[in-house]
Design a protein around this ligand. Structure first.
Ligand code: ADP
Ligand code: ASP
Ligand code: MG
Length: 406
């Protein structure tokens, strides 16, 4: 007998029919003698709908009320899934994040899980119940409802698996595993039967939304065996492994991309100590995260300074820079929010040279200009014009032999 956490994403609970289907799956796992804890997302499209409602009243909804509103999507699906299980004769009980005692800090829109008091869930399991827990939400110390950031139900599932010391955490979604790249962009993308934890962490942080990054961090921290599977078809899915990989690892395991960034450049600022800090200070004080940074070589004591931020923060960043630009007598502040970041990921890069030059050659042949570059041991990212993103992904996917060859 094993204890398995099964998480079902938006499309997997997208209709009553889908809910009945997954209830059948859960009931079957129970019938095989396993204990199951279910975690659910909101029905597909519901979270977007709720966010749009909030924004319709003003561009910056109050964070507390925002969390209270957008967490309701999961409450609907948890009750429906519990009802569907009960209708199949499978004992089940639904829990909001607060009822499941998923305790978080009070960052309502992107709260961190501080701890889980899992006694009630453990008692349910002992009595043969299937607890059905709302993903994406928790409770702050003052009782406020909090949410865990977009895609946060994955993190709920992995955190629960860690707290309950589950034998496996299964993430059911609309694809049957982790692919070499998003199959929606490259139709010949291949499912990986295993992927290392390190690679998954990079893919998730560079834009592959199949797993929320925090869920992968949790899995790593608590050694939770994690598998991505389809709720639409049977199959082994993709296992996230914690083993070290040797020299034989493929150079590139996957390609991730992200359309969420924007680029800002301060042109013609003095090349003096402290200038970079001076430019970035108002941006970080405004609570804005900075991703890539690039500064060109000085010409006659003058440099251009470029960095990227989340696209939602683009306007605010331009506003925050106005003063410092004046102070530093910058020639101009220019920006572009139609960019995309494209990244190659692979632990094999450590032992293979020349991947960057192949990447740049392939993009160059397609006439795609590279605007920014950043590298680490196991990834290379470039920023390009958004309109070339799909072409870039597909040509790199082919060039690095990632496809099925069809
Ligand atoms: P869910 O609603 O089940 O949480 P998501 O939409 O959050 O599902 O994540 C699944 C989607 O992630 C897939 O439909 C796919 O388009 C996208 N995706 C992006 N990169 C990858 C990848 N490398 N492998 C698999 N899916 C990916
Ligand atoms: N419903 C939330 C979202 O759409 C959380 C999730 O699905 O994981 O972001
Ligand atoms: Mg998701």
């Amino acid at each position: 007998m094993a204890l398995i956490v099964q998480k079902f994403g938006g499309t997997s609970v997208g209709s009553l029919e889908r809910i009945q289907h997954i209830a059948e799956k859960v009931a079957q796992t129970r019938a095989q003698g396993h204990e199951v804890v279910v975690v659910v997302s909101a029905m597909s499209g519901e979270t977007d709908r709720l966010i749009a409602l909030a924004r319709a009243l003003g561009p910056h909804p109050d964070p507390r009320e925002y969390a209270t509103l957008v967490s309701t999507g999961e409450q609907v699906s948890m009750a429906l899934v519990a009802m569907a299980l009960l209708a199949k004769g499978c004992q089940a009980r639904s829990y909001t994040g607060g009822q499941a005692r998923i305790c978080t800090d009070n960052h309502h829109k992107k709260a961190r899980i501080m701890g889980i008091e899992a006694d009630a869930l453990k008692a349910d399991l002992k009595q043969g119940f299937v607890p059905v827990v709302a993903g994406f939400q928790g409770i702050a110390a003052n009782g406020d409802i909090t949410t865990l950031g977009r895609g946060g139900s994955d993190t709920t599932a992995v955190a629960l698996a860690a707290a309950l010391e589950a034998d496996e955490c299964q993430i059911y979604t609309d694809v049957d595993g982790v692919y070499t790249t998003d199959p929606r962009i490259a139709p010949d993308a291949r499912r990986l039967s295993v992927i290392t934890f390190e690679e998954m962490l990079e893919l998730a942080s560079l834009g592959a939304k199949v797993l929320q990054i925090r869920s992968v961090e949790f899995a790593g921290k608590y050694n939770v065996p994690l598998r991505v599977l389809s709720s639409f078809q049977e199959g082994p899915g993709t296992l996230i492994t914690f083993e070290q990989v040797g020299m034989e690892a493929p150079k590139v395991s996957g390609i991730a991309f992200n359309r969420d960034e924007a680029k800002v450049t301060l042109m013609g600022v003095p090349d003096k100590p402290g200038v970079a800090a001076r430019i970035l200070e108002p941006v970080s004080s405004g609570g804005i995260d900075i991703d890539m940074i690039i500064q060109n070589v000085a010409v006659e004591g003058i440099i251009d300074f470029t960095f990227t931020v989340h696209r939602d923060d683009y306007q605010k960043t331009l506003e925050l820079l106005a003063n410092v630009a004046q102070e530093l007598e910058a020639r101009a502040v220019i920006g572009d929010n139609k960019i995309a970041k494209l990244s190659l990921v692979g632990v094999g890069m450590r032992s293979h040279a020349g991947i960057a030059s192949t990447m740049f050659t392939v993009l160059g042949k397609e006439g795609i200009n590279i605007q920014l570059i950043s590298t680490s041991e196991i990834k290379i990212s470039v920023v390009i014009d958004e309109k070339y993103l799909e072409l870039g992904v597909r040509s790199l996917h082919t060039a690095f032999g990632l496809g099925k060859g069809i």
